[in-house]
Design a protein around this ligand. Structure first.
Ligand SMILES: Cc1cc2nc3c(=O)[nH]c(=O)nc-3n(C[C@H](O)[C@H](O)[C@H](O)COP(=O)(O)OP(=O)(O)OC[C@H]3O[C@@H](n4cnc5c(N)ncnc54)[C@H](O)[C@@H]3O)c2cc1C
Length: 509
């Protein structure tokens, strides 16, 4: 395949040289004095006005035409906030310039990729500067990799690769952003064979906290390269991801829905699947959910199953196919076509997550489901209540990829199958926020407490499934956390991403 270049509209300069030394900001790269702390308003006024001098058409203020649509471009309605200004860079140089200004002004800022991290302040900011990547949607398809700018969604990536019959290891729904998912780990349909999204990144172009740009890969800044594999937004802003791609002209898919009588068998099939899926000869994965409508009393287990190749129905899901269901559709298609119908639109609802991980045990997982269902009835009066019990699976083979690729990742997981169970709860009204959030938190910790006592609980918390009150770093090996802190000190001695950058899961001191 010949390399070619496709650059969308404004993003023509999204990819610059991979290592360009100092950015345009007048920051001294060798300075190690921590960023100044000024009040929110003063810092934002300084950064917004300086950005507007250089890039007036890329800075928007409250009251201007696009402000509201930008400030509300989030999946979780709770994440809508009121930034003092919004900067929409078109290139890595502009990102570097902005970060330099944030540091000199002491301006607090937030960063948004696909806008799917679902809690207020994780990707938006009240009174500070929001840097959003909507103008950086460039990509370049290479022989066995793709360069991706941080404004891309996974659907954009699958669409770009579709003409070449290739696939990248990324999100399972259409509109999730590439940057957030890749920086926290990344569960795809193909983890059993290819590991997590982060395990498939061969280079990151990064803007550091002093406005310099560096490349992080196996030979250049390898410590930063490792830290970015699961370390989230603690080290810099990534302006380009280079992802491995794999030949996958077709995928075989199954959509299956069941009713309440199938719940136990569905849970058993899920537990059997995570253990059996350690056979990584065929890449396959799933979205497994049980929704409960407390008003109608209906319970709906469902499976979205995907497998590489054309075997129809997909052979990896025989345990689910054997369960009598209300709806079963199999298809042979492409990653692009499959993702097309799996939208998770912006402003969907107010929604909170909570999760822990455990060794698979169908009887225990079933009793957790029963406890959850009974607890949902306690808040059944909440308007728009949309409770879902999610079963994410992490087979041992997914963990093995990082153990054998010579790079690793910050998770340091034990090579064993685990279930990452998650409670996802949506609702309509702000007045119910505290009630629902407290309900989720209490229930999640109650269930995890039982698993701790029966020896099934594991410490790992996935940032993509956890709630804002959870601390994923506490579940990583202590030596990895210590190493991440040293790397953060080396690459961000000013503390730009600790002191000024709002949101996400921050590595404490
Ligand atoms: C409906 C839904 C489905 C999901 N499905 C999956 C799934 O299939 N697999 C999976 O693994 N996870 C999944 N997740 C979790 C998802 O991966 C995370 O929410 C992820 O953070 C989303 O990335 P984003 O770019 O859309 O998010 P954003 O909210 O834009 O960003 C997330 C965090 O990353 C920071 N950030 C964004 N861009 C950059 C950058 N360029 N450099 C540095 N920091 C940056 C933000 O400041 C923020 O803190 C899902 C979430 C939702 C809501």
């Amino acid at each position: 395949m010949n390399s070619f270049l496709v650059l969308a509209s404004l993003a023509s300069s999204a990819f610059s040289s991979s290592l360009v030394g100092l950015g345009q900001g007048s920051i001294n790269a060798t300075s190690t004095t921590a960023v100044s702390t000024v009040d929110l308003e003063t810092g934002a006024r300084c950064a917004c006005s300086k950005l507007a001098i250089s890039y007036s058409s890329l800075v928007i203020y409250p009251g201007s035409a696009n402000y509201t649509s930008q400030a509300t471009s989030y999946w979780d309605i709770r994440a809508d906030l009121d930034p003092a200004c919004i900067f929409l860079p078109t290139s890595a140089e502009q990102v570097a310039d902005a970060v330099g200004l944030f540091a000199t002004c002491g301006a607090q800022f937030a960063v948004r990729g696909g806008g799917h991290m679902n809690y207020p302040g994780s990707n938006n900011i009240n009174g500070g500067v929001l840097l959003a990547f909507d103008n950086m949607k460039g990509y370049r398809v290479n022989n066995d990799t793709i360069d991706v700018a941080p404004g891309m969604t996974w659907y954009d990536v699958y669409s770009a690769l579709d003409p070449y019959g290739r696939a990248a290891i990324g999100g399972r729904l259409k509109t999730i952003g590439v940057p957030g998912l890749t920086l926290i780990g990344g569960v795809s349909y193909f983890i059993n064979k290819y590991g997590f999204a982060m395990d498939n990144v061969v280079n990151y172009d990064v803007v550091l906290g002093n406005g310099t740009q560096v490349a992080a890969n196996a030979t250049s800044n390898p410590d930063l390269f490792w830290a970015l594999k699961g370390g989230a937004n603690n080290f810099g802003i990534v302006t380009k991801f280079t992802l491995k791609t794999y030949s996958m002209p077709h995928i075989s898919t199954t959509i299956q829905e069941f009713n309440e009588t199938a719940v136990y068998d569905f849970i058993k099939a899920s537990c059997d699947w995570v253990v059996a899926d350690s056979d990584s000869s065929v890449a396959a994965g799933s979205v497994l959910t049980i929704t409960y409508n407390a008003t109608t009393g209906s319970v709906s287990p469902s499976l979205l199953g995907v497998q590489e190749g054309i075997s129809n129905p997909p052979s990896k899901f025989v345990n689910f196919t054997a369960i009598p269901g209300v709806y079963k559709v199999n298809n042979v298609t492409t990653s692009k076509q499959w993702a097309e119908n799996l939208d998770s639109p912006k402003q969907m609802f107010r929604v909170t997550f909570g999760h822990h991980s455990m060794f698979p045990d169908s009887d225990v997982l079933y009793s957790m489901y029963q406890t959850w269902k009974a607890a949902v009835n306690q808040i059944a009066d909440v308007q728009g209540l949309y409770p879902t019990f999610v079963i994410n699976i992490s087979p041992a083979s997914a963990v093995r990829v990082a153990k054998t690729n010579g790079i690793g990742n910050v998770w340091g997981l034990v090579e064993e199958p685990t279930i990452w169970w998650q409670l996802s709860t949506g609702w309509d009204k702000a007045e119910d926020d505290l009630r629902v959030e407290a309900w989720v938190r209490q229930l999640v910790e109650h269930l995890h407490g039982i698993n701790k006592r029966n020896g099934l609980a594991r410490d790992f918390i996935y940032m993509g499934d956890g709630g804002d009150w959870q601390d994923p770093f506490a579940g990583f090996p202590g030596e990895n956390v210590q190493r991440m802190r040293e790397i953060r000190e080396r690459y961000d001695p000013l503390g730009t991403f600790t002191r000024l950058n709002w949101g996400g899961f921050k590595l404490g001191n």
